[in-house]
Design a protein around this ligand. Structure first.
Ligand code: FES
Ligand code: FES
Length: 158
């Protein structure tokens, strides 16, 4: 099936097999290597991408479901505020989970620029980290929110 969608701002047109997963298509065919496969079952969030502004697990989607959508991976995020906040807060260790967390943080802060701790935990509950601990990740989200506020943008660039 021919699908047409936007990936990180670029129009993509490709013929894909109906049973191919979005994660395999994006990584193997299009070279988007920030998308990681952890569990392959929608539990870990390492494969998270933004689809029409919503964070979703690409291991649970078929490539054909991307048709007509706007897709963003970490490669397509124009500003580095969230990424830098993760580094500054020490919320990165092995980094395997980090792209997924950053995408979910982006989705949260786009809707809610000043989230509470509970809202942060809820927004990130689909992402798992095995090495850093969630307190530093929560700090990173708060730091990113503060920096975005200082920058004065009411909308995050993606
Ligand atoms: S690889 Fe998709 S949620 Fe774990
Ligand atoms: S930083 Fe290693 S799994 Fe999260």
């Amino acid at each position: 099936m021919i699908i047409k969608f936007k990936l990180n701002g670029k129009e993509i047109v490709r013929n894909v097999l109906p049973h191919k997963r979005a994660i395999d298509f994006l990584r193997d065919d299009l070279g988007i290597l920030s998308i990681k496969e952890g569990c392959g079952e929608g539990e870990c969030g390492a494969c998270t991408i933004l689809v029409n502004g919503k964070n979703v697990h690409s291991c649970l989607m078929l490539a054909v479901e991307l048709d007509g959508k706007e897709v963003i991976s970490i490669e397509g995020m124009k500003d580095n505020i969230i990424k830098d906040a993760y580094v500054e807060a020490g919320a990165v260790q092995c980094g395997f989970c980090t792209p997924g967390f950053i995408i979910s943080t982006h989705a949260l802060l786009s809707k809610n620029p000043e989230p509470t701790d509970e809202e942060i935990d809820e927004a990130l509950e689909g992402n798992l980290c095995r090495c850093t601990g969630y307190l530093k990740i929560r700090d990173a989200v708060k730091l990113a929110a503060k920096k975005l506020k200082e920058k004065g943008s009411d909308k995050i660039d993606s």
